[in-house]
Each structure stands twice: as structure tokens, then as C-alpha cells.
Write a protein that binds this ligand. Structure first.
Ligand SMILES: Cc1cc2nc3c(=O)[nH]c(=O)nc-3n(C[C@H](O)[C@H](O)[C@H](O)COP(=O)(O)OP(=O)(O)OC[C@H]3O[C@@H](n4cnc5c(N)ncnc54)[C@H](O)[C@@H]3O)c2cc1C
Length: 413
């Protein structure tokens, strides 16, 4: 069966960027259809870090109380352990500009379920699950919609604007023949979880020693662990065997040694993230805008990916909604979204790249020297100032956005 449908904005991809954009536009009275290829949002080991900048947006949307009812863990600081002891890396407690001075770790599916549940209360919001956007509909150079498939067949969705929020392997980006510039990453990440006991240390921290880098995220009753491996090194890790991974974890975090055999039974319990750091030179074509990971894949450093994707959505909604209402969106309007979001993207990726090169590549490069923080740096860190700066950078970021779109009201009942 083939359907032909019309909407004002077709958003392809129901991740943080697409869902936030859909909600903001629908709330402002613009007709939006969000296409999501999966049947639900249940994906483990995705970005689960909701930073103060996003918490502030949830506050501005009047959703913060509902959000904070979701099971979550609050991290007020981030720390790291090296061979010369523990250091605090980021302090969010001192963030003066926000009422939410912490990172809330929330399963991404809970966050997306909440946002789409709220979205559905607006008559102009439509979410189609199991709907994969695959081909751009065009008239000359102008994108006029998207063809998608769902269990009923192939459909054509015509729209004034198509937004590709379909993530870092964006199909619509390929369709539009836009190619991101690869900025490189020296590592990939093996993710797994191990249960947490009350006697374990509190907090979220990383353990760094020569050749090994493990990040330990406190998720309440379990630890979410990210073990960094050299780029494309996962096959070698698998070849070395699961016992080798268990041994490395036990060496890095001895308190986990009693659980690794039972809980890391094989590499089936491990997920690998191929780290990508890239961005598009051009985020648009007439009638098409790319946002979030589709426009710029972020490194996992700082856990900023979701938050930047959401900031793109807020900026796009703020800048485009009057034009969408008037039916006059031009490519110049889409270029304004890119101009607004390029500086935060470039600065954040620049810092991630610096850390990747100077810290991660050097640690994973091996050698026999222990990883120590030099005494002058320890002295500077002891003032607490650098941690407040990193707390500001991670938590609030560069050019935080605020909701400027109106709320035209939910459906009655
Ligand atoms: C393993 C892993 C761990 C991560 N950890 C963190 C972290 O701790 N903190 C953090 O901030 N970021 C993290 N990230 C990055 C973060 O998840 C992304 O930056 C963020 O989700 C980007 O949001 P997005 O909406 O742009 O894209 P995505 O979240 O990738 O969402 C894209 C959506 O589009 C859907 N889709 C794709 N193609 C189509 C199509 N053709 N048609 C319809 N739907 C489609 C996908 O199913 C998906 O739901 C992690 C990423 C991964 C992969």
C-alpha cells in the first residue's frame, strides 16, 4: 500500500534531536511528523547524560518535575584516578547560572518516552514508529519531502521542510550527497555493565594507567563501564579472550574482581562503539536541514552528544518557527541555523580533539611509564578553579540555547 501524506515539517529520526525539534514545533502549532525506524526507543549504551543545559530547557518547557520523577542518578562532579592518586576533573556544584548543577544519568529511552508522550498531547504532533525514511523527494534542487517505508508499505510524505535527525550514519545525508569531514579519533569504546554493591565507592570516575583507560559511571544499582581501546582494536580485544578483559578490569578496579566472571560471561555482554568525530561543511540544502549527530558526530568525551543535539533542535525551532508559520522558509533561514550552531560545535570538537590527542592517544599508546599528574598541574588543580571551568564547559557548554517558541496549547482532555 502506498500513502501520500502532507505535513509542514518531516523529521527523520526519533533521537534526542528529532524528538526535541518535533515537540517544540508541535507545541508552537506547526504540524510535524517524526519518523523513527525502530519500534521503540529501547537501546542500551546510548547517551544517557542529561546536562544542566538540557535540564534548564526542560525547566523552560515546564517538564522538569516530570523528568526528575524518572529513575536517575545525579553526578555533581567528575573525577579521575591516575597512578598518582585521585583528581577532580569537573565541578558542577559551583555553576551559578543554573538551578540544576549536576548531570542527570537517565536511560535515553525513558527520556525519549517522556518527550514523545508530551508531544502526543499536541494535536500537531505525529510520531510514526517502524518508519524508515530512505529517499528524498525533490523538485529540481528543492527537497519537497521524503519517501519512507513502514510495515504497511512505501509512502510519500510531502513537507515544506525535511529535517534529517537520523544520527551519525545518516541515510538522508548520503541521499543529499553531503559528506562530513572526518576529524579523527584514536579510540573506540567497549561498553558493558556490572552490578554495584553498597560497599563500592560512590561517584562517577575514570581510572587511567599506562595502556588502560576505564570510565566508571555510577547508575545506582549497576556500574556502566566504558573501556577505551585503540581505534579498530576490538577484534584484538576479542581475540585476547574475555578473561583478559576481566583481568584488566580487576587490575584497574579491584572491587569489581568478585563479579566479572559471573557478569561478563562472554563478549555477548559487551557492546562496541566506533567513536567518530566529524562535521558537515554544509548542514542544509533547499528544503533540507541536518541537525544533531547527522551534522556532527561527537566524541564521547564529556558526554555532550545528546546535549548538543538537543541544542541544535532548540536553535532550529527558535529560528525557523516564524518562517514555518508563514510558509516562507528559505535556504538562507536554514543557513542561519548552521551559523548559530557551528561555533559551539567547533569549539567543543576542538577541545575533544585536543584531549583525544594529548591524553587518550598517549595513554593507549602504551609504554611503561606510570600515568602521573605533574606536580605543577596538581597545584593548579588544588585551587578548584580549573574544575569549575571544566564543569561550566561540560555542563552548560558554549552558547546555551533557550526556548523562544510559544506554547499554543495541548489537545483538550
Ligand atoms: C554507544 C554510545 C554511547 C554514547 N554515550 C553518550 C553519552 O554518554 N553521552 C552523550 O551525550 N552522548 C553519548 N553518545 C552520543 C549520543 O547518543 C548522540 O550524540 C545523540 O544521541 C545524538 O542524537 P541525535 O538525535 O542526533 O541522533 P541519534 O541519537 O543517533 O538518533 C537518531 C535516530 O534516528 C533513527 N534513524 C536512523 N536512521 C533513520 C531513518 N532512515 N529513518 C528513520 N529513523 C532513523 C535512529 O533509530 C535513532 O533513533 C553515545 C553514542 C553511542 C552510540
Amino acid at each position: 500500500m502506498t500513502r501520500t501524506e502532507n505535513t509542514t515539517v518531516a523529521v527523520v529520526g526519533g533521537g534526542p534531536a528529532g524528538v526535541m525539534l518535533g515537540l517544540l514545533l508541535a507545541r508552537a502549532g506547526i504540524e510535524v511528523t517524526v519518523l523513527e525506524k525502530h519500534s521503540d526507543f529501547l537501546r542500551d549504551f546510548r547517551g544517557d547524560t542529561i546536562h544542566p543545559s538540557t535540564l534548564q530547557l526542560l525547566d523552560e518547557l515546564g517538564l522538569i518535575d516530570e523528568f526528575l520523577k524518572l529513575p536517575h542518578y545525579k553526578a555533581y562532579e567528575l573525577a579521575g584516578e591516575t597512578d598518582s592518586g585521585r583528581i577532580r576533573l569537573a565541578d558542577l556544584k559551583g555553576l551559578g547560572s543554573t538551578r540544576y548543577p549536576y548531570i542527570a544519568f537517565v536511560p535515553q529511552w525513558d527520556f525519549l518516552d517522556l518527550m514523545t508522550d508530551i508531544g502526543r498531547t499536541y494535536p500537531t504532533f505525529r510520531l510514526v514508529m517502524k518508519a524508515e525514511g530512505h529517499t528524498l523527494l525533490t523538485r529540481g534542487r528543492q527537497v519537497t519531502g521524503v519517501r519512507y517505508s513502514d510495515p504497511d508499505g512505501e509512502h510519500e510524505l510531502h513537507a515544506d521542510l525535511v529535517v534529517a535527525a537520523d544520527g551519525r550514519d545518516s541515510r538522508l545525508r548520503d541521499e543529499a550527497r553531503l559528506r562530513p569531514r572526518d576529524l579523527g579519533a584514536p579510540m573506540d569504546v567497549a561498553w558493558f555493565r556490572i552490578s554495584r554493591k553498597d560497599t563500592d565507592p560512590a561517584g562517577t570516575f575514570g581510572k587511567v594507567t599506562r595502556g588502560d583507560f576505564l570510565v566508571n559511571i555510577n547508575r545506582g544499582d549497576y556500574w556502566q563501564l566504558a573501556y577505551l581501546i585503540p581505534k579498530d582494536g576490538y577484534p584484538q580485544l576479542v581475540e585476547a579472550g574475555i578473561q583478559t578483559l576481566r583481568d584488566r578490569i580487576a587490575r584497574l578496579l579491584p572491587f569489581l574482581a568478585d563479579r566479572t566472571a559471573a557478569e561478563l560471561r562472554s563478549f555477548d555482554d559487551v557492546s562496541v562503539l566506533t567513536v567518530a568525530l566529524n562535521r558537515l561543511r554544509r548542514w542544509h540544502r533547499p528544503g533540507l536541514l541536518l541537525i544533531g549527530d547527522a551534522a556532527h558526530a561527537m566524541s564521547p568525551i564529556g558526554g555532550v552528544g545528546i546535549n548538543l543535539a538537543i541544542q541544535d533542535a532548540v536553535a532550529a525551532a527558535n529560528l525557523l518557527y516564524p518562517k514555518l508559520r508563514a510558509g516562507t522558509v528559505t535556504e538562507a533561514d536554514l543557513a542561519r541555523v548552521q551559523r548559530r550552531r557551528t561555533p559551539p560545535t567547533v569549539v567543543t570538537q576542538g577541545i575533544q580533539r585536543f584531549i583525544q590527542r594529548r591524553v587518550i592517544a598517549s595513554v593507549l599508546g602504551g609504554g611503561s611509564d606510570p600515568v602521573r599528574v605533574p606536580a605543577p598541574l596538581r597545584l593548579i588543580l588544588s585551587t578548584g578553579l580549573p574544575q569549575r571551568v571544566t564543569g561550566q564547559f561540560i555542563g552548560v557548554g558554549v552558547r546555551p540555547e533557550h526556548v523562544r517558541t510559544p506554547d499554543r496549547g495541548r489537545s483538550a482532555g
